[in-house]
Design a protein around this ligand. Structure first.
Ligand code: VG1
Ligand code: CO
Length: 580
């Protein structure tokens, strides 16, 4: 194997955001751009002799090209082995699962997650450490520092065409002395799910006519959902998928199978899994499972003859949206419901060590933690802040309001895991999603919650709003707005209880005396302009109001948020882009 050392000069913009480095595809296609960042990762993580790397992505545009480059760079930088998902595919939770199962020296995941894909869409790359979780801020800062002074990268010469073929076949091949092991992207993950949940109970649920609709949004979870929900759990499907769905683009299409059991062919008026074929541009959609971008599913779940349960996941499979018939479960409530019902699920029957939620996530889970007598931690936004707490055994369940839920079974949020957790609860409780929520609120009270996103606004306007809010901290103190009075405001900062690291500037909080709050934050995952997120929360103990719409209940807070941020004047926007 010929190893080349290629001279390069730094790019100045390779600072990872909330979850890895995300840029438009053409930015990543610039000569040396990907190579510089990958070399900066390898220069930071000190690769020990004999080390293995996990590698895979969500299949979006540029995934295959990037995989080839990274394999050759891994060989040149001293990795002994790379475990790569067939076709270069791994969901984010599956990658985390593999890093832990095979105790590798971390992994590289190629994804811009919920951001759109395609030639003009977004691409992304992130490094996960040997615990399977996103690199901590300390590591991402070191990678950024390395990217600013990089002068060369190392890459092996290997014939591209031969390798591209190898990538679609399960088995080992070599690049120089490094072994590339092409593995099934679904198997280890599916096994882990079977070890946590009562598959027998869920199977009976489907056998008794329970109907589900899972929207994979033409992203990575299609084959995972098909294998787990349809093949292993017997959810109705009119289509049969080959057991090797990733054997190249053509073979990714579902095939009719002559020996498929009759119920899979005729009984279902529609498939349990929709938009199941992963596409490099997600079929032109925005693979973000929320009420706006997953509208196809939302229409089905609010339509006549809606299924009993609906769910969707995002580009890389770590997010989840949960719906009942004519009913939406906020992610914050979902975390609380999972916590309150964890004792019904085999993998969590022994109890929870604690719960963690990101700061903007509602306090619904805190109420459950209190009743269970376990601690509840409040972290900044981004899954990387949960890793230390899970590694230290302080928490079992974690969640974010942004459709992220997970546990210490891996170190990433996990979309299908959340779906299976819900199915397990539904199989045991035999009630509707709506009834489960109504009973939950009757017991704990309802944390009424919503997030308003203003996407793609000029960066200057967004920064202006944040500065204005900071400047108003003093005058807002004690201020009255109708019934509400401000108790305090600050910019959230967090001291990690495990390693003592401090993260500042994590979001402006305006807390009211009655427990309501408004949070303002700028997104750290976007690639164009700025996205301002406004998080709104109030507490409603009165059962007679629990069925009311969140927007209606939060109207006073929405008004205050608009008034104090001067949002309309500064951005010209009348309405949020997305309301969840
Ligand atoms: C968003 C969410 C955050 C999540 C992150 C990555 O970040 O708010 O909760 O962890 O996306 O999710 P931001 O900085 O845009 O608010 V994923 O599924 O895109 O990796
Ligand atoms: Co994601």
């Amino acid at each position: 194997m010929q190893i080349r050392t290629v001279a390069t000069t730094p790019f100045t913009d390779q600072k990872p955001g909330t979850s890895g480095l995300r840029k438009r595809v053409p930015v990543f296609q610039q000569a040396r751009y990907l190579e510089n960042f990958v070399q900066s990762i390898f220069d930071t993580i000190a690769i020990p002799p004999g080390a293995t790397l996990v590698l895979g992505g969500d299949g979006r545009y540029y995934n295959r090209e990037a995989i080839q480059v990274i394999l050759k760079m891994a060989a040149a930088n001293g990795f002994a082995r790379v475990l790569v998902g067939r076709g270069g595919i791994l969901s984010t939770p599956a990658a985390s699962c593999l890093i832990r199962k095979y105790r590798t020296h971390g992994g590289i995941i190629l994804s811009a997650s919920h951001n759109p894909g395609g030639p003009d869409g977004d691409f992304g790359i992130k490094y996960n450490g040997s615990n399977g979780g996103p690199a901590t801020e300390t590591v991402t800062e070191a990678i950024f520092a390395a990217s600013k002074k990089i002068s060369q990268y190392r890459i092996a010469d290997a014939p591209e065409n031969a390798q591209a073929t190898e990538l679609d076949r399960i088995g080992d091949y070599k690049i120089g002395t490094m072994t590339v092991s092409v593995i099934d992207p679904v198997e280890a993950y599916a096994e882990l799910m079977e070890s946590l949940f009562d598959f027998g109970a869920i199977r009976s649920l489907f056998k008794n006519g329970f109907r589900i609709r899972f929207d994979a949004m033409h992203a990575v979870t299609g084959p995972y959902a098909q294998e787990i929900l349809v093949n292993r759990l017997g959810a109705p499907s009119t289509r049969y998928w080959p057991s090797q769905p990733f054997a190249g683009e053509g073979a990714m299409r579902p095939l009719p199978h002559p020996s498929a059991p009759p119920h899979r062919v005729v009984a279902a008026p529609a498939d349990s899994v929709m938009n199941a074929v992963p596409l490099p541009d997600f079929g032109g959609g925005h693979p973000d499972p929320n009420l706006t971008y997953a509208h196809e599913l939302v229409e089905i779940m609010y339509g006549d003859d809606a299924p009993d349960f609906g769910a969707a996941s995002d580009g890389d499979g770590d997010r989840n949206m949960i719906l009942g018939r004519h009913f939406f479960v906020t992610p914050s409530d979902s975390l609380a419901v999972l916590a309150a019902n964890a004792h019904l699920v085999p993998g969590y029957r022994q109890g929870l060590a604690g719960i963690a939620r990101s700061m903007p996530t509602s306090a619904a889970a805190d109420r459950v933690a209190k009743e269970l007598g376990i601690p509840c931690y409040e972290t900044p936004t981004g899954w990387k802040f949960f890793g230390n707490l899970m590694d230290a055994g302080k928490v079992t369940l974690c969640g974010e309001e942004s459709f992220g839920t997970g546990s210490d079974h891996i170190r990433e949020k996990d979309g299908l895991w959340a779906v299976l957790f819900w199915l397990n609860i539904l199989a045991v409780r035999k009630q509707s999603v709506e009834t489960i929520l109504m009973e939950h609120w009757a017991r704990f009270g309802r944390n009424v919650y919503s997030r308003h996103d203003y996407e793609d606004i000029p960066a200057d306007a967004a920064n202006g709003v944040m500065k204005l809010l900071h400047d108003r901290f003093e005058s807002l103190q004690g201020a009255r707005f109708g019934q509400l009075q401000v108790k305090m405001c600050d910019d959230f900062s967090y001291t990690d209880p495990v390693d003592g690291s401090v993260s500042t500037g994590q979001g402006v909080r305006i807390l009211f005396t009655d427990g309501s709050r408004i949070v303002f934050r700028l997104s750290g995952t976007g690639t164009g302009g700025a996205t301002l997120r406004i998080y709104l929360e109030s507490f409603e103990p009165d059962v007679s109001k629990h069925h009311l719409d969140a927007q209606q209940l939060l109207a006073p807070l929405i008004g205050i948020a608009s008034q104090i941020s001067e949002l309309r004047q500064r951005t010209g926007r009348e309405q949020p882009t997305v309301i969840t």
